[in-house]
Design a protein around this ligand. Structure first.
Ligand code: NAD
Ligand code: UD1
Length: 335
């Protein structure tokens, strides 16, 4: 039996595939490479010494997905495939709803047809919306402020309804906080196209000299230094959260939303300072106005993952930034 990993050549997917291969799991990746490189496969093989089956296909393509389930014995699916840029989702919402929501429905229909009813889904802390106070816990009300966030919320709701309708489904929606870092080998990491939207890839590109200076979006928030506070989590810890979720799925019937965060908050200026210390590079920055839609402080209550999945983040901020820097300096232009 194999695990099907949609979006497995992407940032979080590739790190999860490495951890699953290390545990001797048989893995099949399906990805249309819209936001990832085929070179990831060689890197995964170098790290693990194992080969992984790769199928280039779109999750929206029901025929192609059906063929995969006909040809392979799949025990469970880890579903990373999706578009994830908040700003872009405001510009092309239909593309986001089609790819993320319709694509997931297609995947679920094919899974149901083949009696594969175990799923781990990539959700996001963005489903907590703007109205909750951190630490954010899974019982809080959910909402969305942009099409990307809405796709995550809609998919979660679909999954809860699906599990209610049929008790054979076991589903875990993992709500990621802010994934950063890279594999310790420096061989795989985050590889954004164009100018990065997220803080860590931006800072890393300033450090390597690809970008001139960071714009810090606001220093007048109600936080200890006025800059935004987030719950950064090492991508390998996140990957291990998926390994644990898969292990616990047989005991977890129904649908469960679970935070994957550290429970700690770090400000933008603390990230800049730590990056300078670890890389030995100066990070030029300028303070600009707040970015629309940003919140002052977002961090997790991480207890449910501990009790339900027996999982807890292990890697500290130093490791997260050292690994980001190793990846960036070994691969200045990405893959
Ligand atoms: P990523 O873009 O690196 O990986 C997503 C992968 O899915 C890519 O390889 C892309 O080519 C593939 N893909 C997209 N649409 C597809 C389709 N229709 N068919 C097949 N493949 C498709 O992103 P990531 O950072 O690894 O994120 C993985 C998942 O986690 C996404 O669903 C994302 O929304 C979610 N998430 C990410 C973050 C984050 O900060 N990175 C935070 C919360 C949630
Ligand atoms: C953003 C998305 C969120 C998504 C998450 C992970 C928005 C409004 N939110 O969250 O939906 O789930 O990424 O992909 O886009 N910052 C700067 N300068 C920069 C970039 C960021 O100061 O150039 C600050 C931000 O204001 C924030 C912190 O750094 O305080 C982290 O930003 P980012 O990495 O974009 O993550 P989020 O804003 O948490």
């Amino acid at each position: 039996m194999s695990l099907l990993i949609t979006g497995g050549t992407g940032y979080i997917g590739s790190h999860t595939v490495v951890e699953l291969l290390k545990q001797n799991q048989s893995v099949i990746i399906v990805d249309n490479l819209v936001n990832s490189s085929i070179k990831v496969l060689d890197r995964i093989q170098t790290i693990t010494g194992k080969t992984v089956t790769f199928i280039k296909a779109d999750i929206c393509d029901a025929k192609a997905m059906d063929a995969i389930f006909n040809e392979h014995k799949i025990s469970a699916v880890v579903h990373f495939a999706g578009l994830k840029a908040v700003g872009e989702s405001n510009e092309i919402p239909l593309t986001y709803y089609h790819n993320n929501v319709s694509g997931t429905i297609t995947l679920l229909q094919i899974m149901a047809k083949h009696h594969v009813k175990s799923l781990v889904f990539s959700s996001s802390a963005t489903v907590y919306g703007e109205d909750n106070q951190s630490p954010l816990d899974e019982s809080m009300p959910t909402s969305a402020t942009n099409p990307y966030g809405m796709t995550k919320l809609m998919i979660e709701n679909i999954l809860f309804d699906l599990a209610k309708s049929d008790p054979q489904w076991s589903i875990v929606c993992l709500r990621y906080f802010n994934p950063i870092g890279a594999h310790e080998s420096g061989l795989i990491g985050e590889n954004p196209h164009g100018i990065p939207n997220n803080l860590l890839p931006y800072v890393a590109q300033v450090a390597i000299g690809r970008l001139e200076q960071l714009q810090v979006f606001g220093d007048d928030y109600d936080t200890h230094d006025g800059t935004g506070v987030r719950d950064y989590i090492h991508v390998v810890d996140l990957a291990l959260g998926h390994v644990q979720a898969l292990a616990k799925l047989p005991q977890l019937t129904g649908c469960h939303a679970i935070n994957l965060g550290t429970g700690n908050g770090t400000s933008v200026l603390e990230i800049v300072e730590k990056f300078e210390e670890i890389s030995g590079k100066h990070i030029a920055y300028t303070i600009v106005s707040r970015r629309a839609g940003d919140l002052a402080s977002v961090y997790a209550k991480a207890d449910l993952a501990k009790s339900l999945l027996n999982w807890q983040a292990q890697r500290d901020l130093h490791t997260m930034i050292a690994d980001t820097w190793r990846w960036q300096s070994q691969n200045p232009k990405g893959y």
